[in-house]
Design a protein around this ligand. Structure first.
Ligand code: PXG
Length: 454
């Protein structure tokens, strides 16, 4: 443990003695001690050492409207006093969940008017898996169980979520994926495109879906799930040819299409949903994160009317969570959506901050370490390479982690996915804050390059 500050040390001791952190090497964390984040406002965080940090990741892709909005705290407090909890199981409901379902239907693509609420994105995808299989069983096709997903996609960390995801390091722990989930190639041209052009590779990657449907047999395939843009996999923007070809394939075969909008949803791309951005027509959409701007846990599954019509004929759907549609979370989500609408936050992303961020980020293309800068909306990725022309990486050096550490030390949070630096700042980030982000990013790239050369 490194801190000289007694308060920080005290918290780090509590961490060592009692806390098991998600996605962490427990032993290594004990040696280093976690950074303690104590407060936040707008796009900035403060840690227990008094450092001010620009949060280029909106928490974990979720703090859409920025930190410190009293309106959300007030909405939670009011709802807690009025009705802090009641369940939705035994033919009961409460106003916030009903009003929220309507507010989501209003912003969702046409014909998607129903929402099943969960406590997280992972639970949303578990719900999806069970609902897809239930749907096909009601339609008399119980064999349509297989869900096709993609390598390096992220769909959560429950057993179904991690199985749906294509992260091999997650599959390796605990015998995943569970049966009935298969994975196809991802549209990650920079890393896997080889000699193909991005356009050729996009078609090739999309065609993997058709090949897999034929291999498994369309009578056995229930659904295809994908993030419009892979987030945790490294902000993977598919080549322009990818989604149009996928759409053709989906139109040809009788399977459901599930868009995992946990990261892309609620304005990240400059549209309400990633499927609006790519003009896709999903049957279900998983949501979480930006739904409440991360102020309180909540997720859900938005379902197309035709699917609901079938489910209506199927009797009980034997699935739900204690906290499905929690009234306090629903009240916070409602207020979050109201703020997004009233303050025209997504319009501002679309017309101002996204074009500006994308232009400024691309200036980093001239840096010797940078192999590609890509992005859409307020999502960005910077590929770190040894050789720009061949897209060759620095093997085994952990360049991404080196860069991430420099970022932290210099007051910027950028996440490293391998040697890909990614950003997804709060949607309310200003141009001046974008300038600060890009200036700091360049400085940290310089420091990383010096470290590699030194
Ligand atoms: N789908 C997608 C597309 C996600 O990004 C989930 C589902 C699961 O949501 P919950 O609420 O169950 O976490 C996610 C979550 C990372 C990182 O390292 C990303 C997520 C979660 C944890 C870490 O970028 N995304």
């Amino acid at each position: 443990m490194t801190s000289n500050n007694p308060q920080t040390r005290e918290w780090q001791t509590l961490s060592n003695d009692h806390h098991l952190a998600p996605f962490s090497d427990f032993k290594q964390l004990k040696e280093k001690g976690p950074r303690i984040i104590t407060s936040a406002k707008g796009v900035y965080l403060w840690d227990s050492e008094g450092n001010k940090i620009l949060d280029g990741m909106a928490g974990l892709w979720c703090v859409a409207i920025g930190y410190g909005r009293d309106e959300l705290a007030d909405a939670a407090s009011k709802q807690m006093r009025e009705l802090p909890y009641y369940n939705l199981f035994f033919q009961t409901a409460h106003p916030p969940v009903l009003e929220l379902a309507k507010a989501i239907a209003d912003i969702a693509p046409q014909g998607m008017n129903h929402v099943f609420f969960t406590g997280s994105g992972s639970e949303g995808n578990d719900t999806m898996l069970r609902m897809v299989r239930h749907y096909w069983a009601i339609k008399g096709q119980p064999n349509k169980k297989v869900i096709i997903s993609r390598k390096n996609g992220y769909h959560g960390s429950t057993v179904a979520g991690a199985s749906l995801g294509g992260m091999t390091y997650m599959h390796e722990q605990g015998d995943l994926p569970i049966p009935g989930i298969v994975h196809i190639a991802q549209p990650y041209w920079f890393a896997e495109g080889g000699d193909m052009t991005p356009e050729e590779f996009g078609v090739w990657a999309a065609n993997q879906l058709e090949e897999k449907i034929l291999e498994v047999g369309v009578d056995n395939v229930g659904a295809f799930i994908a993030e419009p843009i892979q987030g945790a996999g490294g902000v993977i923007i598919p080549p322009d040819t990818y989604w149009p070809r996928i759409k053709e394939i989906l139109a040809k075969y009788d399977i459901l299409f599930v868009a995992d909008e946990v990261i892309c949803g609620f304005g990240r791309t400059g549209e309400w949903f990633g499927t609006d951005f790519y003009d896709l027509k999903p049957d279900m959409m998983t949501i979480a994160k930006g739904l409440t701007s991360g102020y309180i846990p909540m997720g859900g599954l938005i379902v197309r009317d035709e699917v609901v019509a079938v489910l209506n004929e199927g009797g009980d759907f034997n699935h739900g969570f204690t906290y499905s549609g929690h009234p306090v979370a629903a009240a916070v989500a409602l207020e979050n959506i109201r703020i997004m609408r009233d303050e025209k936050i997504i319009e501002r992303v679309n017309t101002e901050s996204a074009p500006y961020l994308q232009k400024r980020l691309r200036e980093l293309n001239d840096h010797p370490l940078v192999g590609e800068v890509r992005g859409v909306g307020l999502l960005g990725a910077i590929e770190l390479v040894q050789d720009k022309a061949t897209r060759k990486r620095y093997e085994g050096k952990g360049v991404g982690m080196i860069c991430r550490t420099f970022c932290f030390e210099n007051g910027l949070i950028m996440r490293a996915v391998g040697d890909t630096m990614i950003i997804a700042p709060p949607l309310v980030i200003t141009k001046a804050e974008i300038d600060e982000l890009v200036t700091k990013a360049r400085k940290c790239l310089d420091l990383t390059l010096s470290a590699l050369q030194g």
